[in-house]
Design a protein around this ligand. Sequence first.
Ligand code: ASC
Length: 228
Amino acid sequence: MDGYKGFLGLLVSSLLVGFLSVIFTLIWVLHYREGLGWDGTALEFNWHPVLMVTGFVFIQGIAIIVYRLPWTWKCSKLLMKSIHAGLHTVAAILVIIALVSVFDFHNALSIPNMYSLHSWVGLTVVILYILQLLLGIFIFLLPWAPLSLRAFVMPMHVYSGLLIFGTVIAAVLMGVTEKLFFALSGYSKFPPEGVFTNTLGLLIVVYGALIFWIVTRPQWQRPKEPNS
Ligand code: ASC
């Protein structure tokens, strides 16, 4: 177990930064904004950042690195695949609720949908995420696909997964920026909400950087079993 201590340190750091991102998002909407609700007002919109950061950033990041946890290497591959797919499924459900909240809010206030770059990148990556999840379940989790097909698709699955995760982070940063320009009249005057929310954006970038580092270290990959 090469570099186990280093792995633990990075794992704990990434979980802390990811969790802190969720807490910061909650403080943002509960303290600086109007709070949470489900009534077509800004309270309903506020679920959008909370659920996106929780599901699309934090939970997706954990789902990406589950195979890297050395103490799971003795667990069955099928169990680990189920946890990987299960966490991505939970994230996808939160993401869909987050989308409903923003469309609901727009429609209630007759705000146009899908005009911003944030919404184009965001919706594209949601569609890709759901496709990636369904393809992953059918090709890797269910027992029908032949090994040759799995081996062929695996590099694309890994590449797409990381591309999606990175693009989600870009979309979140655009969304945060967009919201601050809408909501703050004096963003350029360094108001506390602006500084706090810029910090949230940086935390999310650091979380992405840590997850990307963990998942790309060859020594922390689950040892490959023959015929799997
Ligand atoms: C799987 C699985 C793997 C890969 C491999 C293809 O379903 O458990 O380790 O696909 O077979 O590279």
